[in-house]
Design a protein around this ligand. Structure first.
Ligand SMILES: [Zn+2]
Length: 234
């Protein structure tokens, strides 16, 4: 025995609503809330800090080598100063050169200390960022897996619902089906129940004679609401 066309229409509408709801949920799953973008940003920041740390450390090493050669030069000149082989004028010049070397030495030491502080600060920041990145990556991986599992479940539900929808539609009067399809392009929900004396869609009260026609369902057809045009089922 065939289903009452009004109940068939109602079933089809419920299936379409269930499909739309799961489709919206599946679409929402595609949005990760900006985490992937934040990860990219953090990785870039980390890379730039790493390169800065390398740069600072390498400048520091170069300065240390320079300091070492300054030290050797000073020692050599000091040995010469006390060798007793120099005349007074040469002694004055040598002393002047040694003073200048001492100033350079002190400046270079200060600069190296600054570089070390900078390197330590960059390395501290690197460590913090690295920790933050690891946490975010772990959370992101878990979220991706969770979303993938939910998405698979939703897809399976959607597939089952689409099959039921297809079967339901194939049983229906093609003319009613077409009317329904046209209606749902412009009205949501396209099919509503009578609620008391009113249309369940627009809530306008319906005449007693109209309600009676709908309930008795002589021809078994749903009737359009005179106010909003939705298909009414009792
Ligand atoms: Zn209505």
């Amino acid at each position: 025995m065939a289903m009452d066309p009004r109940e068939a229409l109602w079933s089809l509408h419920l299936l379409d609503a269930a499909i739309a709801e799961r489709q919206a949920a599946a679409d929402a799953l595609a949005d990760d809330g900006g985490t992937a973008a934040r990860l990219v940003e953090l990785r870039e920041r980390l890379e730039s800090l790493r390169s800065r740390a390398r740069q600072v450390r390498s400048a520091q090493r170069a300065a240390e080598l320079q300091l070492e050669s300054l030290r050797e030069k000073r020692q050599r000149l000091e040995r010469e100063l006390y060798s007793g082989r120099l005349n007074p004028r040469e002694l004055v010049n040598l002393q002047r050169e040694l003073d200048s070397l001492a100033r350079q030495h002190a400046e270079l030491e200060t600069w190296i200390l600054e570089q070390m502080e900078e390197a330590e600060s960059v390395e501290r920041e690197l460590e913090e960022l690295d920790g933050e990145l690891r946490e975010l990556e772990a959370a992101y991986r878990a979220a991706v897996e969770d979303r993938a599992a939910r998405s698979r479940a939703l897809e399976a539900e959607l597939e089952a619902l689409r099959q039921r929808r297809h079967a339901q539609a194939s049983l229906m009067d093609p003319e009613l089906l077409e009317r329904y399809e046209r209606l749902r392009q412009r009205l949501q929900p396209p099919v509503v129940r009578l609620v008391g004396e009113a249309c369940g869609g627009c809530h306008v009260s319906l005449a007693a004679a109209f309600r009676e026609r709908l309930r008795s369902g002589e021809d078994g057809r749903p009737l359009p609401c005179p106010a909003c045009g939705r298909l009414l089922v009792p």
